[in-house]
Design a protein around this ligand. Structure first.
Ligand code: ADP
Length: 402
């Protein structure tokens, strides 16, 4: 049977120096193959490909995204699945910034590629890489529907009060300055899964979602729709992240320009790559941070405390904005795997109906589950995210309308 007959969708998540991919069945969620091309443009590039229970690694320089995608296709054919010959049903591309233009999964044509490219001023690190991935995939798989799924789309209709920054309205309008929000595919997916777990329609639920990975974001959802989210014009705003500062006094930027004589690119690098947990403790990986804390490292302890303090600030804000909350959901690398973060983020809140069951919280599991005490009014849930599956499903839906 060919890949197209199996209804498989290729999902491509093209970053500035990497391409993550999965070939999967959107109906059964079964992953036929997955992998990652790393360090594009550097001397020590490589690909790791997983298919049929086996992993293949190849090292060597990869010039650009086109070469990276070609390598992926070669990997598929050398492990027994020729994507060009067998065909795929559709290709789903994760695109970071959809601006005001894109608010639903969109079939890609030349005009869409141009528009994504034009949005690069809002996401200079991400959108050009997304465009490179899209163009390469279109060239390698002509005739296969290609669909863009936007990280910002879920938050497009945020209420005006939540999406508006209190700056000069004309300047904001002229330069697209508003809160867009990111990780939307994940927030939408896990809140939907949470509704399934609770056996209630999303329309009846008030939910708070914490997506805690390397990047981290929070959202408040009423009836399945977001009313607020922590990330903003860019993915820099909000929670403390692996290498990003999250919220800070905007006055810090001109202060550093004037007194530390940093230029705009240096401040950009400082806040995006050298801040957050890394800036405070020297490490951005949460497991390493925990090891440092356990060995008595004071800087790591402070980084952790700042991280939890910020989480609780958003939790408090969203509890008040929603009024009543049915579920608090943790997802992504840290959210799914750190009982310590979940316990500390929600400590001493029983008067708000929030009570984590220590045994349920500590249990090691890969499936969506409840970790609050059985009688607590607010369900605290751990729901593994699956952005690839959500993108594959969206891509198939759009492809079927072609
Ligand atoms: P992203 O997709 O944003 O790169 P992930 O969702 O994969 O990030 O999350 C990565 C983070 O999850 C890292 O900081 C990593 O240390 C953390 N993480 C993964 N496993 C665990 C664990 N068992 N305990 C604590 N943190 C973990």
């Amino acid at each position: 049977m060919s890949t197209a007959d199996e209804g498989l969708v290729l999902v491509i998540n093209s970053g500035s120096s990497s391409i993550k991919y999965q070939l999967l069945n959107p109906e059964s969620s079964v992953v036929a193959a997955s992998g990652m091309v790393e360090r594009i443009g550097e001397d020590d590039g490589g690909i790791e490909h997983h298919a049929d229970g086996a992993s293949t690694v190849r090292r060597g320089p990869i010039a650009d995204h086109t070469a990276g995608l070609r390598l992926i296709f070669d990997m598929f054919s050398s492990t027994g699945r020729d994507l060009r010959r067998d065909g795929v049903h559709a290709v789903g591309h994760r695109v970071v910034h959809g601006g005001e233009v894109f608010y639903r999964p969109t079939l890609i044509d030349d005009a869409v590629v141009r528009a994504i490219s034009e949005l690069s001023s809002l996401a200079p690190l991400h959108n050009p890489a997304n465009v490179a991935g899209i163009e390469s995939a279109r060239a390698l798989l002509p005739g296969v529907p290609q669909v863009a799924v936007f990280d910002t789309a879920f938050f497009h209709d945020l209420p005006a009060a939540a999406r508006t920054y209190a700056i000069d309205a004309e300047i904001a309008a002229a330069h697209g300055v508003r809160k867009y929000g990111f990780h939307g595919t994940s927030h939408e997916y896990v809140s939907g899964q949470a509704a399934v777990l609770l056996g209630r329609p999303p329309a009846e639920l008030n939910q708070i979602v914490f997506h805690l990975g390397n990047g981290a974001s929070a959202s408040a959802l009423r009836g399945g729709r977001p009313i607020d989210t922590s990330m903003g014009l860019t993915p820099l705003e909000g929670l403390v992240m692996g290498t990003r500062s999250g919220d800070l006094d905007p006055g810090i930027v001109p202060h550093l320009v004037r007194t530390a004589h940093m230029d705009v690119d240096q401040v950009d690098v400082l806040l995006n790559r050298d801040s957050g947990l890394k800036g405070l403790s020297g490490v951005n990986d949460f497991r390493e941070l925990q090891r440092l804390i356990d060995s008595g490292d004071q800087a790591a302890r402070l980084a952790y405390e700042v991280y939890i303090h910020r989480l609780r600030r958003y939790l408090g804000a969203y509890l008040v904005q929603l009024g009543t909350v049915d579920a608090i959901i943790f997802t992504a690398g840290v959210g799914e795997n750190s009982p310590r973060v979940r316990a500390d983020a929600l400590a001493d809140l029983s008067r708000f109906g929030i009570e984590v069951d220590p045994a349920a919280n500590a249990a090691n599991s890969r499936v969506a589950r409840r970790i609050s005490t059985p009688d607590a009014p607010v369900a605290v849930l751990v729901v593994p995210t699956n952005e690839e599956l959500a993108i594959a499903r969206a891509a198939r839906r759009v492809a079927e309308t072609c």
